[in-house]
Write a protein that binds this ligand. Sequence first.
Ligand SMILES: [Zn+2]
Length: 364
Amino acid sequence: MTRITADVNFLRGYNQALVMAVGRTVGTFERSTVVQATGLTPQAVSKVIARLTVDGLIRPTGVRRPGVGKPAVVYELVPHSRYAIGAHVARRTLRLVLVDLAGSVQYSAVSPLPSDFTPQQLLDALASGITAMTGVNDVGGRLTGVGIGMIGPLDHAHGLVRGAHGLRHWHDVPLREIAEKHLGLPVHLDKDVTAGITAEAWRHGATFGDAALIMIESGIGGGFWLGGTAHRGAHTNAGEFGHTVVDLNGPRCVCGRHGCLEIVHNHAVEAGDVARAARVVAVGVVNLLQTLDLAHVVLAGADLLRHPETYLAAVADAVQADVRRTDWLTTKVTLSSLGADVIAAGAAMQVLDQHYGIPELAPI
Ligand SMILES: [Zn+2]
């Protein structure tokens, strides 16, 4: 009985998510638009539309009168019907954004974090930042939760920060649980880069293929979108792109090994050679393409955004020159359209996804 109820709930959530996805993508839609896009029956779509209208997530915006046949009600998503807060926790800063149901960033603020901050200091900064945000944005009753994108390594499944290089107070900290208690809101915790690639997937919609987000900011990481979903790996620790080795005789890295992409890159930056730093990243990206055959590479991060064109050109040139058969293997290289907000915005979108996105299939 429990299993049947669970399946019905899953199906209802799934159908609802399909309709919401159409609404986000096309602007205005009719019942027939959804039927065509999703393959659901007209009866099923009518039910979902009725429920979403009652909940205020979509609304009728007019009637289309075709030459032949019955008039059709036209609907649209109500962007301000639900919100989520996104937080990007970096080594020295906390960025908070407010994102609406359509995925638009309505508010963005950045504040400094104490050096080597403790979990309590982060919780206090989150609480005061959220109070400031909700003080100037009326979201009463429409807030779905808080998404946190944080530097790893971290265990997304259990909501644990496993220990970040350079932060001494963060070993096996159950951040999701303590933040939920402290903030009184549901919390979703993920790696910064995984949140970031989720934002890109939302922005690009259904056409987004296999992709990576390369972030250069207090370290170098990679977020992956593979087979239509975020790829977190067996231990939810995928993305340590900066700690792949590019020079066997290279300098010693914070992780203890020699010649990691991150340390080789940082040495070039410290020497003032941004062109070389960008080429180091480009080599790493080409290695990724050879391994994963990606359709899209997105570049992001505060340190990269200081020299966006240099990095973009270096990576695009390397992809062109080093990936054989570029007539056939085409990969798009772009900068993130969300700029410095990409991680925080993606963390907020992950919260909205949990409620109004395609539910992730639970293991049977
Ligand atoms: Zn390393």
